[in-house]
Design a binder for this molecule. Structure first.
Ligand SMILES: Nc1ncnc2c1ncn2[C@@H]1O[C@H](COP(=O)(O)OP(=O)(O)OP(=O)(O)O)[C@@H](O)[C@H]1O
Ligand SMILES: [Mg+2]
Length: 396
């Protein structure tokens, strides 16, 4: 048998596995690196997050990714170059982290790499009848595997599309495996660039579970800050939004999009929710005069409203607990809006489930890799493609 396959076989039968989960979302803030220790798979999964760090992207990295990110027309040569380069850069960030954590590369069993999304095009976005759902993550896994010397799984989303999904949200798999709890209805809410949630019923009936994007998370607020507040990349602690007033007309216009009325589950991205989306809404208000702070206050409320409305529309009970994660949960004003929309609901964070809220998405990709390697027996219920995801890159 080829050396690589022999290694793979041995790994799948190891009692415990060290898996690095990687996440770099649409916010382009940094690479989340979570080193996790796994035992078991499926509903028997035991996980411990041993180390977690977000490595911020430098200006050059951000600029290069932004040159092709969520744009319809790009330099194809740049896409080709960045596919290899991002893989290699991510590998370097992992190698640096492992040195910092005093962990030898050879002691890590597997890397689960999400890659960098450069375009997400579900059917409802592109509306071309000849084509189906599509998404593209780059930063090829072969470069990570060779440069770190660690077996790597990557490109998790294509299989989900091939099996009938939109390639997102994939959080539902890990959420169900790690966080399902008998007798507690749970909503796992992640507010990254885009916001999404998973409903985990307390009766543990997988057929009642569902997951969906709700619309923008931080993406519109980030884009507006980057355009209008020099040197800033996001509204830290909502200091800008707190200085403005919510404008009802703009709020109304922002909420006018068929995405919000489309049935669940649905997915989206900055291809739709971007500065142009805001500018079009502003135009429809006949350009009422607003300060930058007013726009921020309105975008903040809009984001919270889209999350609340999606939850209200899909939940048939008021008996649930929300566990938040992702950068948006650090936005105090948005969390206040959400709490006001659900005065009787407990808002907690995934910290209470032993997973650092900033690490959660990276951890969930490590779970997908663990499942691909040793799981496969879990029934995720109807409507959720039951497939094992991730492509394998051998280090040699
Ligand atoms: N202290 C804070 N105050 C306000 N907003 C914050 C704070 N910390 C982080 N954020 C927001 O969180 C964003 C980063 O979130 P996160 O890393 O979860 O998103 P992501 O990388 O796009 O991942 P995902 O794939 O989950 O969408 C930042 O761009 C910022 O908008
Ligand atoms: Mg991030």
């Amino acid at each position: 048998m080829n050396y690589n396959f022999n290694q793979l076989l041995q790994l799948s039968s190891k009692k415990t596995r060290l898996i690095i989960g990687l996440m770099s979302g649409t916010s382009l803030d940094g690479l989340d690196i979570a080193l996790c220790k796994f035992e078991g798979a499926g509903s028997d999964t035991k996980i411990e997050v041993i180390h977690f760090e977000t490595i911020p992207f430098n200006h050059f990295f951000k600029k290069e990714v932004q040159s092709i990110f969520s744009k319809k027309m790009v330099d194809l040569e740049k896409v080709c170059l960045l596919n290899a380069w991002i893989g290699s850069e991510h590998a370097q960030m992992i190698n640096d982290c492992l040195i910092k954590w005093s962990i030898k590369n050879e002691n890590v069993d597997l890397i689960a790499s999400h890659g960098q999304t450069i375009y997400h095009a579900p059917k409802h976005l592109h509306q071309l009848p000849e084509f189906g759902n599509a998404t593209l993550q780059i930063g090829d896994g072969d470069h990570i595997a060779v440069k770190t010397g660690i077996l790597t799984m990557s490109d998790f989303r294509q299989k989900h599309i091939a099996a009938g999904g939109e390639g997102a949200p994939l959080a539902v798999y890990g959420d169900y495996i790690l966080f399902s709890k008998k007798n507690e209805n749970r909503i796992l809410l992640n507010i990254g660039g885009i916001a999404n949630f998973t409903f985990l019923p307390g009766n543990l009936n997988a057929n009642e579970m569902f997951s969906t994007d709700t619309g923008p998370g931080n993406t519109l607020m980030d884009a507006y800050v980057q355009q209008n507040f020099e040197g800033m990349s996001y509204d830290k602690e909502a200091v800008f939004a707190k200085q403005g007033n919510i404008n009802k007309e703009l709020l109304f216009e922002l909420e006018q999009h068929e995405f919000f009325n489309a049935p669940l589950p649905k997915t989206t991205g900055p291809e739709l929710f971007n500065i142009e989306y805001l500018n079009n809404a502003l135009k429809r208000t006949n350009n009422v005069h607003l300060s930058n702070y007013d726009v921020m206050a309105t975008l903040n409320k809009f984001t919270a409203n889209t999350i609340s409305t999606a939850i209200q529309k899909s939940m048939h009970t008021n008996n649930f607990v929300v566990y938040s994660s992702g950068g948006g949960m650090h936005n105090p004003l948005m969390m206040e809006h959400l709490q006001n929309d659900f005065p009787n609901i407990h808002f907690k964070t995934t910290e209470e489930l032993n997973i650092h809220p900033d690490a959660k998405e990276a951890v969930l990709f490590a779970v997908l890799a663990n499942e691909a390697l040793c799981g496969g027996g879990t029934n995720f219920g109807k409507g959720i493609p039951n497939v094992s995801m991730g492509k394998i890159s051998f280090p040699r």
